[in-house]
Write a protein that binds this ligand. Structure first.
Ligand code: NAI
Ligand code: MG
Length: 339
């Protein structure tokens, strides 16, 4: 049976890694039937809107999407389309696993970061206060975390731990300085943790100490539960532990809708060259297969990626290889025939 899903090629390297991912999903015999829709600069160029109504309608109908990265211009007048999508569909949980496939600086990393995906500083209540003749003499940014939203993401993380056999959750905060904004997050997590006392351990760590510990001894962690901004930052750090942004998938999950994507952005520095590493989005599509219950296909996909990297030694430039995005995808397809 076919599962309709929205496919958003996105910007920069987006179309390149999306094409490679769809190629191997087809080779796998994935159940998805794609509705291609535009967003980001591609949306602006095709219909003058970074989040066209047709794209939103398609996601609303399918409740499932795979999306390439979207460029967010820095400066005024633009709100991130990613942030808008997360708000629009109440995708309150961002799940970002980091798993060593190619041993590099670190080996045997197996971590999952859960990031609160809607609140915190990303509500972007921002403004300037003019002083004298400087209209931007003072910049103000306000973060918002509600107790309900904090408990919701904590419950999501603990449920995820139980379902996936994870044993420990480290709550990351800055409750010593951002006492209200991140204190409420820690408080809510402690409250929820009590319900899971016999199944999942909880500890907490201040974000700066956590950043250092992730470099010194990442193996002490199992799951990280983070506020929005800290989760954004630390998930790139986790990607660094497993070979970089080319290796990091993410899932944006709400109660009824889920959008799967890579952790990385549109990588304008290498866009159009055909050299991007498509693994992040491929692994994200693996999370999407699991989301619809096709653990078998997700497992085959991961095996094919692992064997292409470690048996065929075919890798893109970011992993010190010479393969193009296409060559890498082609060899995964060949590997799939043997699995
Ligand atoms: P970026 O993640 O696009 O790139 C950072 C560095 O990592 C670059 O040197 C890039 O070449 C490299 N890189 C990233 N993905 C790679 C891959 N798959 N293979 C090989 N190398 C890779 O971050 P940056 O430059 O800060 O952001 C560029 C744009 O992307 C911005 O407009 C930003 O707003 C947007 N962005 C979008 C995201 C999304 O749609 N979910 C997430 C993060 C950023
Ligand atoms: Mg980020």
């Amino acid at each position: 049976t076919q599962i309709p899903a929205t496919l958003i090629p996105g910007d920069g390297i987006g179309p390149e890694v999306v094409e490679a991912t769809v190629q191997i999903l087809d080779a796998l015999g994935s159940p998805f039937s794609w509705e291609v829709q535009q967003a980001g600069m591609a949306g602006v160029n095709s219909c003058g809107d970074p989040l066209p109504a047709a794209t939103l309608a398609s996601i609303r109908k399918n409740k499932l999407a795979l999306k390439g990265p979207l460029t967010t211009p820095i400066g005024e007048g633009f709100r991130s389309s990613n942030v808008r999508l997360r708000e629009e569909f109440q995708l309150y949980a961002n799940v970002r696993p980091a798993l060593t496939i190619v041993p590099g600086r670190y080996e045997n990393i197996d971590l999952v970061l859960v990031r609160e995906n809607i609140g915190g500083f990303y509500v972007a209540h921002e403004y300037y206060i003019p002083v004298g003749d400087d209209p931007r003499a003072v910049a103000v940014s306000t973060g918002v975390n509600t107790r309900d939203a904090c408990k919701r993401i904590a419950r999501f993380a603990f449920e995820y731990a139980v379902k996936n056999g994870r044993k420990k959750i480290t709550v990351v905060h800055k409750a010593n300085i951002l006492k209200a904004l991140t204190g409420i997050f820690l408080e809510a997590a402690r409250e929820v943790a009590r319900e899971y006392e016999n199944q999942v351990q909880m500890n907490d760590m201040i974000v700066d100490a956590c950043a250092m510990q992730l470099v010194l001894n990442p193996w002490q962690f199992d799951m990280l539960l983070c506020t929005n901004l800290f989760g954004d930052i630390l998930s790139d750090q986790l990607a660094g532990l497993v070979g970089g942004l080319g290796m990091a998938p993410g899932a944006n999950v709400g109660d009824d809708t889920a959008i799967f994507e890579a952790v990385h952005g549109s990588a304008p520095d290498i866009a159009g060259k055909g050299i991007a590493n498509p693994i992040s989005l491929m692994l994200a599509s693996g999370l999407m297969l699991e989301h619809v219950g096709r653990h078998d296909l997700a497992q085959r996909l991961r095996t094919a990626i692992t064997e292409t990297l470690n048996k065929d030694h075919i890798r893109t430039g970011d992993l010190k290889g010479t393969a193009s995005t296409r060559q890498f995808a082609d060899s995964i397809v060949r590997r799939l025939e043997t699995i």
